[in-house]
Design a protein around this ligand. Structure first.
Ligand SMILES: *Cc1c(COP(=O)(O)O)cnc(C)c1O
Length: 426
């Protein structure tokens, strides 16, 4: 570890200077290795990505864009950003890419900045039906500064209510129509949104934060040919560094670039830009394409197997990496399910389900996703097992880690993660 060709990622030096933080780095790795990570928005990025993140590129001020910086000394970081941009354009078949957003929320802020003035109207999916905080909720800048109108899901199908999207678009004539969210298990009909946007002359924006990795791997249809602009995170299924990016049509390139910098951000995080470039290269490999397909196969099996234990998936299943489950049939709250699973070594999150009678802090559902366990090499047979363990922990278990059921399930979780370790030792 200590003989590196560059200064960075030197654990021994950190441990010698700051054992407190070095200890946290190790105990967090042990936590990841010790349990099943089923949080749908998380993944395990590669050592290559982590190496770029832990590099001296973190030091460089590079306000502006390659070849047009406000600082000297940018020759090397320019190379990294140009590589990241070219790889993003190739990976997604996009006219233009901006790789500077610090996160998914920052990317979204820039899209608002590019297309909307304060007070103007956006049509987006409501948070309790699967949207996102940045899609016009009252606690976010997006709902404080813009007029957000929300569509939801149909009560019967629990999938997007497309008739409502069209009716609200015609009634409110929003400047921007937004598709995407954080708890949408099904594919989104991008052609439909495009047609509605064209009919009222609106910009069509897709927030692909959750599913962009499945697009990169060619496992689901891409929004890029249909949308004016697509924002996304790079750390979810995509498996890159914690960050964001935007791709768009050529006609919006200048507006997007100006909105990211200088409107919303200062200097880009060049170590993260470099790590995004590494990730885009990984995503262009056949191994990643196979991974993306397996993520979906695993999510489908996990959802179906949970259904067999009485833990009903909303919409009847999933087409993506995540499923949302209604726990009312087994008489357990989302809050209790999260705590019981956690005590058994299974990390997931409680989640509101559409038309949830419980408040968000309790919730009637859970959201589960397969990006991490698939990265660890698990397949559909392991998903059947995980569903069984989850059902036991949720319906018979306890929030106390010393409870008999917690111990029993945890022993089986340990067996699984020993056979399919996260960050296997070389
Ligand atoms: C995760 C997510 C975001 C926000 O990403 P951050 O990097 O946490 O800011 C935005 N939109 C959607 C749909 C998301 O799922």
């Amino acid at each position: 570890m200590s003989s590196q060709p560059f200064y960075g990622s030197d654990y021994d030096a950190l441990a010698a200077f700051d054992p407190d933080i070095a200890g946290v780095l190790l105990s967090e790795l042990a936590r990841i290795r010790g349990g099943l990570q089923l949080i749908a928005s998380e993944n395990l990025s590669s050592p290559a990505v982590l190496t770029a993140l832990g590099s001296t590129l973190s030091n460089k001020y590079a306000e502006g864009y390659p070849g047009r910086r406000y600082y000297g000394g940018c020759s090397e970081v320019d190379k990294a950003e140009n590589i990241a941009i070219e790889r993003a354009k190739a990976l997604f078949g996009a006219d233009h890419a901006n790789v500077q957003p610090h996160s998914g929320a920052s990317a979204n802020q820039a899209v608002y900045g590019a297309f909307l003035k304060p007070g103007e109207t956006i049509l987006a999916m409501s948070l309790p039906h699967g949207g996102h905080l940045t899609h016009g909720t009252k606690v976010s800048f997006s709902g404080k500064w813009f007029n957000a109108v929300h569509y939801g899901v149909d009560k019967e199908t629990e999938d997007i209510d497309y008739a409502q999207v069209e009716a609200l678009a015609k009634e409110h004539r929003p400047k921007v129509i937004l598709a995407g969210g954080s708890a949408i298990p099904r594919l989104i009909d991008f052609e439909f949104f495009r047609r509605v946007a064209d009919e009222i002359g609106a910009i069509f924006w897709v927030d692909a934060a959750h599913f962009i990795g499945l697009v990169a791997g060619g496992a689901i249809p891409s929004p890029v040919p249909h949308a004016d602009v697509v924002s996304f995170t790079t750390h979810k299924v995509l498996r890159g560094p914690r960050s964001g990016a935007i791709v768009c049509k050529a006609e919006h390139a200048t507006a997007i670039d100006k909105a990211v910098f200088p409107m919303m951000q200062g200097g880009p995080q060049m170590h993260t830009v470099a790590a995004k470039a590494v990730n885009f290269k990984e995503c262009a490999t056949p191994e990643y394409a196979a991974y993306a397909k397996q993520v979906i196969a695993n999510a489908r099996t996990l959802a179906t197997s949970l259904a067999e234990h009485g833990i009903r998936p909303t919409t009847g299943g999933t087409d993506t990496h995540l499923s949302l489950h209604d726990l009312q049939g087994v008489g357990v709250t989302g809050k209790d399910a999260e705590a019981r699973a956690d005590a058994a070594g299974i990390v997931l999150n409680k989640n509101a389900i559409p038309f949830d009678p419980a408040p968000p802090s309790i919730a009637s559902g859970i959201r589960v996703g397969t990006p991490c366990v698939t990265t660890q090499g698990m397949g559909t047979a392991e998903m059947v097992k995980i569903a069984e363990l989850m059902a036991t922990a949720i319906t018979k278990g306890d929030a106390d880690p010393d409870h008999e059921v917690s111990r029993k399930v945890r022993a089986e979780v340990t067996d699984l993660v020993t056979r399919y370790p996260a960050y296997p030792r070389p």
